[in-house]
Write a protein that binds this ligand. Structure first.
Ligand code: KG4
Ligand code: ZN
Length: 325
């Protein structure tokens, strides 16, 4: 069974072809145009999706040497996301499904991120129940994944997401958008003999599994302003200290809340998904916990499944097609 999936919820236009559970081909166009505006402008994003989506379909079909008439199921992200961006993927998918008289499966973007751990894995590889941290630019939530089709939200951010806060801190230091990856790279240059750790406060809202990053972000922005020479330039050593310290506090918070949820619900495992799951400090921290506690954890098998991508939409739709009602 061939499944053609579309993801266009933000600034990545992505098309993926799956044969049953297996990803055959995926092409993604990332809209670098937003670097200039230091953030995504919905109107521009939607136009760029429309400009690129048909070329991506052609490339994916060429890779597999098949045509649109061979597709058995179409799938697209339905929500959440930027409405003008979502509309492009949804309209293309609906048009193709209608023209070819084939089923169309709508996929929730966050469920797509959660199911991204099933790409290149068998379902029996995942120990349920699992607690899932889904951290990206657009959202930052904790879920209890009880069984394949049973997902319950148990916590979320009260203000910014971890990715968004890193993007804003990075922007203030003059890093390109999105800044998460650049902060990660700068933090790797931190040398405790040469650099100082900035003591940002560990903010964990009481009596719940929520997150709050806006106070922390403001503290980091104040620190950056203080260190800027003549209010414009920032020295590389200051950028390294801020990147390392800010990344450390963000990942400490994300991991602490995830472990708290794992303990509270006594889950058999942990999953970490979304754009921020690419972060190296986050990966090291969860690996350390897993080794000490013997609780297994699952990350997307490949970096290409961490950020927004159509393969995760395809695998969620595949499992929907297998659902026995
Ligand atoms: O899942 P995603 O591609 O899009 C949304 O659904 O938002 O996530 C993008 C977010 C951005 O905020 C980006 O800065 C962040 O993921 N990100 C990272 C890393 N790579 C991407 N954050 C921290 N460390 C990284 N290595
Ligand atoms: Zn996403």
């Amino acid at each position: 069974m061939y499944l053609l999936a579309f993801e266009s919820s933000c600034d990545d236009t992505s098309v993926a072809l799956l044969h049953d559970e297996e990803l055959i081909s995926m092409h993604t166009h990332t809209q670098i145009e937003h670097i200039q505006t230091l953030g995504v402008v919905p109107e521009i994003a939607a136009r760029l999706h429309a400009d690129h989506i048909f070329d991506l379909i052609t490339k994916v079909l060429q890779d597999a040497k098949i045509t649109l008439t061979d597709i058995d199921i179409f799938a697209a992200t339905s929500e959440p996301g930027l409405v003008p961006s979502l509309l492009i993927g949804k309209t293309v998918a609906k048009t193709l499904a209608t023209a070819h008289k084939k089923p169309l499966i709508w996929v929730n973007h966050i469920e797509g991120h959660i199911f991204s751990v099933l790409l290149e894995r068998k379902i029996t590889d995942i120990q349920f129940p699992s607690v899932v941290l889904s951290a990206s630019g657009g959202h930052n939530d904790l879920y209890l994944w009880k069984s394949l089709y049973e997902i319950e939200r148990i916590g979320g951010t009260r203000d910014d997401s971890a990715g968004e806060s890193m993007d804003k801190v990075g922007r203030s230091m003059g890093l390109p958008f999105p800044a998460g990856r650049h902060i990660d790279n700068l933090a790797k240059k931190f040398d405790p003999r040469k650099h100082n750790l900035i003591d940002f406060p560990l903010v964990l809202p009481d009596d719940c599994l929520d997150f709050s990053f806006s106070g922390l972000k403001s503290a980091a922005l104040r620190e950056i302003e203080m260190r800027k020479k003549d209010h414009t330039e920032i020295h590389e050593n200051d950028m390294i200290e801020i990147s390392y310290s800010y990344q450390k506090i963000i990942t400490d918070i994300l991991v602490a809340r995830t472990i708290e949820a794992q303990k509270q619900f006594k889950t058999a495992s942990i999953c970490i998904v979304g754009g921020v799951s690419a972060n190296s400090a986050l990966r090291t921290s969860i690996e350390t916990f897993s080794q000490k506690s013997s609780i297994p954890y699952y990350l997307p098998k490949s970096m290409k499944y961490c950020g927004d991508n159509a393969a995760m939409i395809g695998i969620r739709a595949y499992w929907e097609s297998k659902k026995v009602s």
